[in-house]
Design a protein around this ligand. Structure first.
Ligand code: CU
Length: 272
């Protein structure tokens, strides 16, 4: 019996490792300039935890077998703990996890504490139950003011713009797809019309909660890699349970060449 348990534990361990090594459930393609550092950090964490996992599981299997009941009538002995050992592995675990945290913090801080590059393309993202809308400032480079009482989904005024009176709003472009040019820094300004949502694009390695009452900036640059897959089209999903329609709350990110982007933006502008 002990041997069977030891074998099952070993088997589960080897299969688990195999799934990771063979990359059965692995990341989608990375299309952002910051993605490589993030994937590297993830891999480092995975390898360190993986080695500990394998050592612990194989140790468990070994002890199950080694200290099995051999039927020779020997009494079991019990340990009442060993303070030195306890302290050792608690400190070791603390060093590993705090160390990983510091390394990861660097990458996170680069994205969140450092502002977008000057001249980054600014786009507002509005999340609402259950859709995303995007606003481009137009040729004047300025977002017109929003008026809560003018918000009307029925006529497509998701942001509450007053194009008749606000000069800066006249050329604003509101879209249902997030179109961006490749290789150009993009700054998104996230806002919510109602409850908490989240902006998540797996391929950008980017996820940020959107909180009502706040304007949260995030920034990234899509790389050439983005154009090679799926026609440059990637899913944007909401990852905060935001209501009954949460499951279908999504939009698409369309990465284009600079030329295609300009054309696309003109088409969008004409449709306002
Ligand atoms: Cu949502």
């Amino acid at each position: 019996m002990a041997l069977a348990v030891a074998l099952v534990v070993t088997l589960i361990t080897l299969i688990s490792v195999g799934i990771f090594v063979a990359k059965v459930y692995w990341f989608p393609v990375d299309i952002s300039t910051h993605g490589a550092a993030m994937d590297h950090q993830f891999l480092l964490t995975l390898i360190i935890c993986g080695v500990i996992f394998v050592a612990a599981q194989l140790g468990l299997a070994y002890f199950v077998w080694r200290y099995r009941d051999k039927g020779d009538g020997r009494k079991a002995t019990y340990s009442h703990g060993n303070n030195k050992l306890e302290a050792t592995w608690t400190i070791a675990a603390a060093i590993v996890f705090i160390g990983l945290n510091f390394l990861g913090y660097n990458i996170w801080a680069k994205m969140h504490f450092t502002g977008a590059a000057p001249g980054a393309l600014k786009i507002q993202v509005q999340a609402q139950q259950f859709a995303f809308y995007f606003r481009y400032p137009g040729p004047d480079g300025e977002f017109g003011p929003t008026h809560l009482e003018k918000v009307d989904d029925a006529i497509g005024n998701f942001f509450g713009l007053d194009r008749a009176h606000d000069q800066a709003s006249k050329d604003d472009i509101v879209t249902a797809t997030l179109g961006i040019p490749v290789n150009r820094p993009v700054e998104l300004i996230l806002r919510s019309q109602d409850v908490e949502h989240s902006f998540f694009v797996r391929e950008l390695r980017m996820q940020q909660d959107i909180v009502p009452g706040m304007e949260i900036p995030i920034h990234f640059t899509a790389t050439e890699e983005a154009l090679k897959h799926n026609g440059g089209r990637y899913e944007i999903v909401c990852t905060q349970l935001c209501g009954l329609g949460h499951y279908k709350m999504r939009a698409f990110l369309q990465v284009m060449t600079e030329q295609d982007y300009e054309k696309w933006l003109q088409t969008q502008a004409a449709a306002q």
